[in-house]
Design a protein around this ligand. Structure first.
Ligand SMILES: *Cc1c(COP(=O)(O)O)cnc(C)c1O
Length: 360
């Protein structure tokens, strides 16, 4: 068996050791004689798995006690609706920071529920920068402020957490959660689809300050009310049991490896060396403002787009796969989430240098 270095943006590479553990436990979890996939979510075995996953995530991210952690379905895209449904609380407007394709989708969805004020709109820069913190003018009457700390497609990231005063701050952290330590208390809601930096698709994590729960209008579907899940420990209906279990294995493994401080250090180094290789070469380029370059998603363009197909083919032959850039950007994109070993980034850099030398 040989595993490639998979640079997919999502669903993305998962840690080999965790896949192996899941494989070892596949047919018989802890002497129960059944797979986790076959367990009732209400049984004591599964309840213990679920509770440990939450406890480990709380420890990993140092989530304060006045925050609830929810394990939902529907993807980050459902949160584009759940956020306004739950946070408007009688208000009619919200502030949005539009810095890429994902925040644009969030804006489009929010417009179904409220007036959206665009505090930032970087469309004209092709989403390659983020304005400075002190240039942002928030509306103190807004129900909340929504932003996307890391935009997965262009690879553009905020280098600060916006200061919104008393207005609740909501972050779509789908592609940056667990990439570094963050101060959760600065946020009202953090949400993330699991399939980038957590585990398998099908699970969506929501971390919400508890005083913000319980304000959805009763005309809304129960499945879109955070309170439904807070009151039932995310088990109002059948949760995505296997993805939740797998995410738990990833959290436990992350703690064993030294927690966020260690993970952050490795991620910073991986990104720095890849951008350095791009900048050192006349053959490759990345258009994003240096201060806003993503640690997780690294797009790069070849000087000659006619060589894209050859690059991808030769990379794949070396076990470096899924490097094709998003169709809206072109070129290449290397997503280097936590599960991408530093050796994978080193192998990519070596290949890039060889390819540039052979084709310059
Ligand atoms: C992938 C992604 C989404 C969409 O996630 P789904 O779980 O597919 O709905 C939303 N926001 C960001 C930042 C993403 O990277």
């Amino acid at each position: 068996m040989s595993r490639v270095y998979n640079f997919s943006a999502g669903p993305a590479a998962l840690p080999s050791e965790v896949l192996e553990q899941a494989q070892a436990e596949m047919l018989d979890w802890n002497g129960t004689g059944m797979s986790v996939m076959e367990m009732s979510h209400r049984g004591k075995d599964y309840m213990s798995i679920a509770a440990k996953a939450e406890a480990d995530l709380r420890e990993l991210m140092a989530i304060p006690d006045n925050y609830k952690v929810l394990f939902l379905q529907g993807g980050a895209s459902s949160q584009f609706a759940m956020v306004p449904i739950n946070l408007l609380n009688g208000k009619k407007k919200a502030d949005y920071l539009l810095t890429g394709q994902w925040s644009k989708k969030a804006v489009t969805e929010a417009k179904r529920y409220c007036d959206v004020n665009l505090v930032v709109d970087t469309t004209d820069s092709k989403f390659t920068t983020v304005p400075d913190a002190d240039s942002l003018k928030f509306d103190p009457e807004a129900a909340y402020v929504h932003y996307t700390p890391n935009e997965t497609i262009v690879g553009v990231e905020f280098d600060y957490i916006p200061d919104t005063g008393d207005v609740p701050l909501v972050a779509d952290m789908s592609s940056t959660i667990l990439s570094r330590s963050i101060d959760v208390s600065k946020f009202a809601v953090i949400y993330a689809g699991a399939q980038k930096n957590i585990g398998p698709a099908g699970l969506t994590i929501v971390i919400i300050r508890e005083d913000l729960v319980g304000n959805a209008d009763s005309s809304m579907p129960v499945m879109f009310d955070y309170k439904t899940f807070v009151d039932n420990d995310s088990m109002y209906n059948t949760p995505p049991t296997y993805s939740w279990y797998f995410a738990g294995l990833v959290f436990a493994r992350s703690l064993e490896k030294g927690g966020m401080a260690t993970i952050e250090e490795v991620n910073k180094r991986k990104a720095a060396k890849l951008y350095q290789a791009i900048d050192d070469s006349a053959f490759y380029s990345n258009p994003v403002d240096v201060k806003n370059r993503s640690w997780m998603n690294v797009p790069f363009i070849l000087g000659n787009a006619d060589l894209d197909a050859a690059f991808l083919e030769q990379a794949a032959a070396k076990g470096l796969t899924t490097l094709k850039g998003h169709r809206s950007v072109g070129g290449m994109r290397a997503s280097i989430y936590n599960a991408m070993p530093e050796a994978g980034v080193d192998a990519l850099i070596s290949f890039m240098q060889e390819f540039a030398a052979a084709n310059s």
